[in-house]
Design a protein around this ligand. Structure first.
Ligand SMILES: Cc1ncc(COP(=O)(O)O)c(C=O)c1O
Length: 396
């Protein structure tokens, strides 16, 4: 059966990781993989997570299955964290949440639900977008299209072109939006721009599928959920994919959720029944450990406060590295070409380099990033910022 099967080319990011590991240079810099790192280059287990895990170890009395929907208390806490406790859609009983294996699992569940309900619609994704959006949505058999979002050479959003493209979509189409900390550009919509996106979604009768993978990494837990809350307040239907990989540092535990918003409570119930059947047919039940940990933290006022403090420290570190790199580049070059890095949000920015310049950074300077020149800001430290700035200015 497998005699003629050709091996696929290596995944780009895994290739970058392998080359980085093989490089013996002591001061090499990894700006590739999208995980948070502290100043020592480590991706830590949060203290609140460690405590919740030890509480779990002593209190958990069964490893029996949970349910395809996951933990009920986790799902309630997630929707309150994302929408805010007093959101109108919650009061109208139009929201259901299903635990999922990470944000990727939630995105795929949402894609399969769209396919089951309306297989002919197009899903419009931003150009550029996170590389995994394409296989996650396209793999479900959905037709994908792109809307302009960010001009990497100029370092800013192409918001007018985005609105014009959305205005040409067919009624019933789906628009994938990044709630905050756009991956890979770091360029987010302002509250005023969210209003304009809402207006075009309403006018063209488009359904948003929002990806919220970095709540708390941009401006704060509340501000980062602004777009989701606004759309859920005004639109009849919406899907939101949640990831707790970054904000709880629970990457390998696969913690996420899909939030469903239907036009009426019975419509959301129908959507839920399909998602549960889809989950059953792919992986049956979500993993429990990480969701149990997140639920313990979110439900306990003291632990939640600790989590928010740890999250704030991660956010502050990223923001301070943005300021440091921008300022170092400005001081060394005498111009403000890279000032956009400081004003952007979350872990990523696109440097706007050519693939050749990315290769030169790797081969001459031991600095690693993906070929589109997306950099993980959390890979920057006070020790390597000047080295990085010198190398960048040398290749451009
Ligand atoms: C934009 C975006 N969405 C979703 C995810 C999904 O994350 P996970 O499946 O690890 O929870 C990521 C992870 O990098 C991401 O960057």
């Amino acid at each position: 059966m497998f005699d003629d099967l050709k091996a696929l080319p290596e995944d780009t990011i895994l290739g970058v990781m392998a080359r980085f590991r093989a490089d013996p240079f002591a001061d090499k810099v990894d700006l590739g993989v999208g995980v948070f790192r502290d100043e020592a280059g480590h991706t830590p287990v949060l203290d609140c997570v460690r405590d919740a895990e030890s509480r779990l170890l002593t209190t958990q009395d069964t490893k029996s299955y949970v349910a395809p929907v996951g933990r009920a208390e986790f799902n309630t806490l997630v929707q309150e964290l994302v929408l805010g406790k007093s959101h109108g859609a919650l009061a109208q009983n139009r929201v259901r949440t299903i635990q999922a294996p990470g944000g990727c699992g939630a995105l795929r569940l949402g894609a399969e639900l769209i396919k089951a309900a309306a297989s002919q619609v197009q899903v419009h994704v931003s150009d550029p977008t996170w590389g995994n959006h394409l296989p996650l949505l396209g793999g479900a058999g959905l037709k994908l299209a792109r809307y302009p979002y960010y001009d990497a050479a100029a370092g800013h959003l192409c918001f007018d072109a985005m609105l014009q493209a959305l205005d040409r979509c067919n009624a019933g189409d789906v628009v994938l939006l990044h709630a905050c900390c756009h991956n890979p550009s770091g360029a987010d919509l302002s509250p005023a721009q969210w209003n304009e996106v809402l207006a075009v979604l309403e006018r063209r009768r488009l359904m948003p599928f929002v990806d919220l993978a970095y709540q708390g990494f941009g401006t704060g837990l509340e501000a980062d959920a602004h777009g989701v809350r606004l759309l859920a307040e005004h639109l009849p239907e919406m899907l939101t994919a949640i990831s707790f990989s970054k904000n709880f540092g629970l990457y390998r535990e696969r913690v996420g959720a899909l939030i469903l918003l239907g036009a009426k409570p019975d419509r959301t119930d129908a959507m839920t029944s399909h998602v549960l059947q889809i989950a059953r047919s792919i992986y049956s039940m979500p993993p429990d450990h990480g969701a149990a940990v997140a639920a313990l933290i979110l439900a306990d006022a003291q632990q939640r406060q600790r989590w928010e403090q740890e999250l704030e420290r991660m956010r502050n570190r990223i923001q301070s590295m943005r300021r440091l790199l921008s300022a170092t580049l400005r001081q060394k070059s005498g111009d403000g070409r890279f000032d956009f890095i400081e004003s952007q949000c979350g872990m990523f920015s696109l440097l706007g380099l050519s693939p050749q310049q990315v290769v030169e950074l790797r081969d001459k300077h031991h600095i690693y990033m993906v070929p589109d020149s997306r950099v993980n800001i959390a890979g920057i430290t006070p020790r390597n910022a000047a080295y990085l700035a010198d190398a960048l200015l040398a290749v451009i």
